[in-house]
Design a protein around this ligand. Sequence first.
Ligand SMILES: [Zn+2]
Length: 215
Amino acid sequence: MRKTVCALHAELVRYGLVAWTAGNVSGRIPGEDLFVIKPSGVSYDDLTPESMVVCDLDGNLVEGDYAPSSDTAAHAYVYRHMPEVGGVVHTHSTYASAWAARGEAIPCVLTAMADEFGGEIPVGPFALIGGDDIGRGLVDTLKGHRSPAVLMQNHGVFTIGATPKAAVKAAVMCEDVARTVHVARQLGSVIPIEPKHIDALYDRYQNVYGQRSSK
Ligand SMILES: [Zn+2]
């Protein structure tokens, strides 16, 4: 899991989702009440599997030479309250964070959004870093939506997945649709997709699309 989580940080860089050290990936260790997360303030080029830190589900450091990411409490809250989640990603990616700065959900106006998010990408509350406020806002917002991504108001994006890789994919796709819908709005209004069509697209993509063995 240290190797996986370390390698996935390079994907945040590759897809242009992060500046400096402001973004992190974590992964639950299967069968344990533990997860692996980025060390705080270490640049992406310097990350190694050994430098990743292991925390318990209260966010306490269990193993590692560095302090865990300053977003650890939010990741831990999600793992504590959503047992189906195996990976969490946080970024301040530009277009998604621009929607968060306006406190505006990204409307479901692209079939790719219906596929991936099953509707709008919702906005969670304004919350200060430190305690459980971000985590609580995330879990409360995720419970009312199919979307694996939440825009935390005035902040950035959190995504979840069954695996850390799935959470990274959601972060990449969230930024992609945030950008496209932003561009679309520059020249006029966008056309909502009917809920029944969103349901059909979501069902097909989640259950039928792709190579069965790679799910
Ligand atoms: Zn942040």
